[in-house]
Design a protein around this ligand. Structure first.
Ligand code: TRP
Length: 439
């Protein structure tokens, strides 16, 4: 039996706005669905450091963080299964940002889309190219690289406009690995082509910047009113209507089943009045949203509970981030002076590594344990009859990593769940070191 290796999926949401139906259909709903996959570990976070790049209104940042956290949970994100946290609760991220800053070419950042767009706009207006451009905007891709590389994400679901940033994160990882040894996983962007792009009230893509959004959890009466303001043509009741180019129809399609959609298409052909079509749309959306709206309100009214959930998520995330940043500090040479120095300028190959230790107990049986570079116990085996059996188990763990751990549980003493990320991380370090040694 072979078990599938677990895939780590990570994505961030910038906390500058109120979630709307476009966010729900394009990101929240598909991501919550994907997060239920048993073979993936989801890392979802509120990118509030990123928010500071675009927004200097503290109240708005706080409110948006509250609303986005409540929206994701009300939409079904299981915060016990996934790791859901706030970027600014992970102090290791800004530290990693600096390490990555030092391996990123300035010229690479000059070509980042968001920065380039700002420069182009200034040039077109005859202003200084960097007029009103903050260093924060310029550094945006590096902070994003730190978000991703910190947790060794394999897959990063993003919109098309973000693909370039994931490629930059890969380059940062490669450069760092090349200089300091294999520490980072190279991430891949995932762009969900099948996810609907929702039109907004005016027919253009629903987006905060067009001011054409329908908030996800507005009270039902407000949602009904906004749906009534969706732009249509001026065909009278009884006149056949075209589904093509109808924003109303496209929004309906994003919520309805194939049969429901076909039924509305038929009603269009038969000349349904726009007012009636809007009522159909409102009822269909409300059927999906109303049950979540209740939980959303409950969470919004209880921010202390959300704080608690986010801090628990940050705790979980830091189980990985804290030992990893320690490893990285050591790798780049930020070390205790007493830890020994290497000979003049020679590149180092040896860093303190996690390791397996085999031993025999008084009961005559053979055991092993795994400890991290600082000597903390991470895994403890049960007793084996022979050293060979113990050795074989170690070899499997070293070569297959966490992929085989489910099959090994009967050979291991239960480890507290919060150590699992450290186990995985350290198995990865051992694997990487073995791979390097073979090169
Ligand atoms: N920049 C992303 C956006 O605007 C948000 C984000 C921040 C992100 N850090 C991330 C997305 C890391 C994926 C991974 O959509």
């Amino acid at each position: 039996m072979t078990s599938t290796p677990r895939t780590r999926v990570l994505t961030g949401i910038t906390t500058t706005g109120t979630p709307h139906l476009g966010n729900y259909v394009g990101a929240i709903r598909p991501t919550v669905q994907a997060s239920r996959n048993a073979n993936t570990d989801g890392f979802y976070f509120l990118a509030d450091y990123h928010a500071l790049i675009k927004c200097d209104d503290p109240a708005r940042i706080q409110r948006s963080t509250l609303e986005i956290a409540a929206s994701w949970i009300a939409s079904g994100l299981d915060t016990d299964k996934v790791t859901f946290y706030r970027q600014s609760d992970i102090p290791e991220i800004p530290e990693l940002t600096w390490f990555l800053t030092c391996v990123t070419g300035k010229g690479v950042l000059n070509r980042a889309h968001a920065y380039k767009a700002a420069v182009d706009k200034n040039n077109a207006a005859g202003h200084d190219p960097d007029s009103d451009v903050t260093a924060g905007l310029f550094m945006y891709p590096v902070l994003m690289g730190a978000d991703i590389l910190m947790f060794k994400a394999h897959k990063v679901p993003v919109g098309r406009d973000q693909i370039q940033h994931i490629e930059m994160a890969r380059d940062m990882a490669s450069s760092f690995n090349h200089l300091y040894g294999e520490h980072f996983v190279l991430p891949e962007a995932v762009v969900e082509a099948s996810v609907a792009l929702l039109p907004g009230l005016d027919g253009r893509k629903m987006s905060k910047s067009y001011d054409n959004t329908i908030p996800l959890f507005a009270p039902a009466a407000q949602m009904r009113k906004q749906i009534a303001s969706i732009v249509t043509d001026s065909k009278a009741p009884g006149e056949a209507k075209s589904t093509e180019g109808s924003a109303l129809f496209q929004i309906y399609q994003a919520f309805a089943s194939a049969e429901e959609t076909a039924a509305l298409a038929k009603a269009y052909a038969e000349g349904i009045a726009w007012g009636d079509a809007k009522q159909v749309l409102f009822e269909r959306i409300d059927r999906e949203i109303a049950p979540m709206r209740e939980q959303y309100q409950e969470l919004i009214n209880n921010p202390a509970k959300l704080d608690q959930i986010l801090l628990a998520g940050a705790d979980k995330a830091r189980q990985m981030a804290t030992p990893f940043i320690k490893e990285l500090r050591h790798a780049v040479g930020l070390r205790a002076l007493s830890s020994g120095t290497s000979a003049s300028g020679a590149k180092e190959s040896k860093v303190a590594l996690p390791s397996f230790k085999q031993y025999r107990e008084k009961d005559g049986q053979f055991y092993f344990k795994m400890v991290d570079a600082q000597g903390q116990l991470l895994l403890q085996s049960k007793g084996f009859a022979s050293p060979k059996e113990a050795g074989q188990t170690i070899v499997r763990l070293q070569t297959e990593g966490l992929a085989c751990i489910a099959e090994m549980l009967h050979l291991l003493e239960p480890t507290s769940a919060h150590l699992l990320p450290s186990v995985e991380h350290n198995l990865g370090v051992i694997q990487a070191a073995n791979n390097n040694a073979r090169k």
